[in-house]
Design a protein around this ligand. Structure first.
Ligand SMILES: Cc1ncc(COP(=O)(O)O)c(C=O)c1O
Length: 412
């Protein structure tokens, strides 16, 4: 006898007619075979663990928790592909205020975060097959975007001897090994190390590039989040434009201004690159986000600078907590960070108990509910021994996380 059927009874199986044309499996392009940005994946995992009721302290994401308050939602139209002229002028004014530099507003391109600027600038400056150098460890998206664009990445291994920054000598070695370069990307303060290039070091790199006609791209996204010695000549960071007017600057409202989710950044371009970049931007993004551009007009007032500088003072206190706790952490060599909100360190003696930094970070999250980033995101080889802590989450989160890390390690 047939069972009485409820509303959810299994439907009888049906045989679908074979399609007239065989359906091909969709194959992803070769250029899309790049690693994901691990930090963003861990961010999802943290959200899931929190949704499951775990009290997770995250020293993972590089984003300040103090953010500007959005206004009411208004309809907003497209703007020009390189942004509104009032914002481009305001950005140029920022270079006068902070760096005593004259920037022509028509050379400023407003973009969807600095991430949007990388895509457009790399497209405008490089062709497939070009070789572009960058420091390792370094921000993974440089490497991954370049790879997706068919550009050959030349990694310059760096360590404490050069404060994890490239030097002309390291570039000479890279050219000997790989051939001539079509570009150099630098970052100061850098992610993940927080180390900075002093004016003379920047000038030497710029001279090396100029002598060889190599475009120089400087990521200055962490400018303003700096911990300078008293009397330092460039307390906000040295802009590459102070030593090389033909260099390309990339910057963003994400870090110093805490506007990560508004997706707004900018590039300052040599004149020859403005029209190509405008053509690319008008096709790729049409325009940068209009409401974000409106909010960003308030970024360059004395009140906003004062407000954001107070946040940076909080980062300095969080950084001091980590530096003070370093002996108890009992890790290995740490990068001498002068800016950004990162502490990048080898795990040293801790690796006696864990295979590598990925295993260490996983165990720390599972057993102590502290999220940190294994170094492999920033350096696929030496990063197996290192981790990055972000202290953007502030003093209280850092104090709690340090306490949990030390207890986790002592528990064995
Ligand atoms: C060095 C560096 N550059 C660029 C970015 C991208 O930032 P956004 O696209 O939000 O401007 C980041 C984000 O973490 C970063 O660390």
């Amino acid at each position: 006898m047939a069972k009485p059927g409820g509303p959810f009874k299994t439907p009888p199986s049906r045989t679908l007619p074979a399609p007239a044309v065989a359906v091909q499996a969709m194959t992803a392009s070769k250029r899309s075979h790049i690693p994901a940005f691990e930090v963003m994946r861990i961010t999802d995992e943290i959200a899931n663990r929190r949704a499951d009721g775990h009290d997770v302290v995250s020293l993972c994401a590089g984003e300040p928790s103090a953010r500007p308050v959005p206004g009411s939602i208004k309809p907003a139209g497209y703007t020009g592909p390189l942004g509104t002229m009032p914002l481009r002028e305001a950005i140029a004014g920022h270079y006068r205020d902070w760096y005593d530099l004259d920037v022509d507003p028509t050379t400023v391109a407003v973009t969807t975060g600095s991430s949007g600027a990388f895509q457009l600038v790399f497209l405008a400056a490089f062709d497939p097959g070009d070789r572009v150098a960058l420091a390792s460890p370094g921000y993974p998206a440089y490497r991954n975007i370049l790879t997706a664009l068919g550009v050959q990445v030349v990694e310059i291994p760096t360590g404490p001897e050069t404060r994890y920054q490239p030097t002309p000598e390291l570039l000479d070695q890279a050219v000997q090994q790989h051939g001539s370069l079509a570009g150099l990307i630098i970052a100061s303060p850098a992610n993940p190390t927080g180390t900075m290039l002093q004016r003379e070091e920047l000038a030497r790199l710029a001279l090396w590039c100029r002598a060889r006609g190599v475009p120089l791209i400087s990521d200055e996204i962490y400018h303003g989040i700096t911990f300078p010695e008293p009397g330092s000549p460039d307390p906000r960071g040295t802009s590459v434009l102070s030593v090389e007017p033909e260099a390309i600057v990339i910057n963003s409202f994400s870090k110093y201004w805490g506007m990560t989710g508004w997706r707004l950044g900018w590039a300052i371009l040599p004149e020859d690159l403005v029209a190509p970049l405008e053509a690319l931007a008008s096709n790729f993004a049409l325009s940068p986000p209009a409401p974000a551009q409106e909010l960003a007009l308030t970024a360059f007032t004395p009140e906003t600078y004062a407000e954001r500088d107070q946040i940076v003072e909080g980062f300095a206190r969080a950084r001091a907590l980590i530096l003070d706790a370093a002996p108890q952490l009992n890790w290995g060599t740490a990068a001498p960070s002068d800016g950004a909100f990162y502490y990048y360190s080898e795990l040293g003696p801790q690796l006696a108990r864990f295979e590598n930094s990925v295993d260490y970070a996983r165990a720390l999250l599972e057993r102590a509910n502290v999220a940190i980033v294994p170094g492999v995101d920033f350096d696929p080889v030496a990063g197996k021994q290192a981790v990055r802590l972000s202290y953007a989450a502030g003093e209280a989160a850092v104090a709690e996380a340090l306490d949990r890390i030390i207890r986790f390690q002592n528990a064995g």
